[in-house]
Design a protein around this ligand. Sequence first.
Ligand code: ZN
Length: 282
Amino acid sequence: MPELPEVETVRRTIEPHVVGRRIVSVDLRERRLRRPVPANFGERLLGRRIHSVARRAKYLLLDVDDRPPATPGSSASGDDGRLRWIVHLGMSGRFCVGDPPDLPHVHLVVELDDGARVWFRDPRRFGAVFLSDRAADLGAIGIEPLDDGFDGEFLWRATRRHRRVAIKNLVMDQRVVAGVGNIYANEALFDAGVRPSRRSGRVTRVEAGRIVAAVRAVLARAIASGGSSLLDYRDADGNRGAFQESFSVYERDGEPCPRCGAPLRRSVIGARGTFWCAGCQR
Ligand SMILES: [Zn+2]
């Protein structure tokens, strides 16, 4: 499942292809995604110019705040102000530039005024594509882990509010901090030397600071590597990420700990595979 580094990599790779371009055709082939695509999606998007591509948590936000030219008989411009074309990759979504592959599950193809095409493919259909002018449409989302406000004090205060929750589940709680999924929670807790099953109430202030520093560092390194390609993740240009080759613990149970050499362990916390070293993580 794409996590923050993968979505950020898609954002960075799609941005140069789409910013400043106007949308000249919208081919919506499948509306039955996790969140059904409204029937008027194409009508509302058509004719608009894309001004920027941002990311919030694991959502891509394409600002399309230009009103389309009025067309007689069209109801396309029923709204004013900033409108965003929002894309969520779900479990298996790809949001790419280029000719759409001749494969099933290409749900959306958008053509730009320079002839480039942007397409969304999602075999498992857990993704989402919609238009919104309200931030509230994204639901309750916690702080961005790469923002300055995510510091040791922030996480320590969260541990006081959720004392009984395993620290790994707290780090993965999207309402607390956004975009950190299973891979990067495992890696960050190893780097911080904190056992994933530890109750949050038993995490010290110093450890909270170490965990935050580790989360930020592992996300930054993963983004620099173009994310992690485990199954079918690709960036907007179709390239695989490389960070899966740098995992310290994720899916490496039985292999020697990169720090102490003891065999890495696997357990299940919150129904997710958890990888850790009994010697290095307390
Ligand atoms: Zn170790």
